[in-house]
Design a protein around this ligand. Structure first.
Ligand code: ZN
Length: 175
């Protein structure tokens, strides 16, 4: 059983202890994804904090969950796993306009307030970014869309330009 995580943490504690922050956030805690997808599972979170030689706080974040969304091909629900790894620098909101970061490794910045890091907000952002733009059944055989085109209907749509020619040839052979 994984630990239930707090929604906000004092990230400096994790920095000093060089501890991994890992566990789960309850799916009911999330709200911003509603109308886009549903959380089938709780959300697994793994954060590891590190302070680099410039004193900057780097965060490696990994989030994963099972979600369901409307397949854009058949409009039925499709369930799938999402997971995302991202790298951030944690900066204090008050330093927003004054502090310059080395920013040499392409990390995004996530802002904290007086040492408090909004874990739920960060994880929610990650989930929203991880969801595919057009969710659909990966496996076409499990996609409901094929049920909407019965095989008989499909065959009638196939154009057979030489069908009539065959009849003409058959008729000719009889002469
Ligand atoms: Zn589908």
């Amino acid at each position: 059983m994984q630990a239930m995580l707090p929604k906000v943490i004092d990230y400096n504690k994790y920095l000093l202890r060089e501890r991994l922050f890992a566990g789960i956030l309850e799916r009911d805690a999330f709200t911003r994804h509603k109308g886009i997808f549903s959380l089938v599972s709780d959300v697994s979170v793994e954060f590891s904090f590190e302070q680099n030689e410039h004193g900057e706080v780097a965060l490696d974040a990994y989030v994963s969950a099972v979600v369901s969304a409307e397949c854009q091909r058949c409009l039925e629900l499709v369930e799938f796993d999402i997971s995302k790894s991202s790298e951030f620098f944690i900066c204090e909101n008050v330093d927003k306009n004054t502090k310059s970061l080395s920013l040499d490794d392409g990390r995004d910045i996530f802002y904290a307030n007086n040492g408090k890091l909004d874990v739920l907000g960060l994880v929610e952002d990650e989930l929203l970014l991880a969801i595919p733009m057009i969710p659909k059944h990966e496996d076409v055989s499990s996609c409901g869309a094929i049920d909407h085109h019965p095989s008989g209907e499909g065959i009638s749509e196939v154009r057979r330009p030489f069908a009539h020619l065959r009849e003409l040839i058959d008729a000719g052979d009889k002469n």
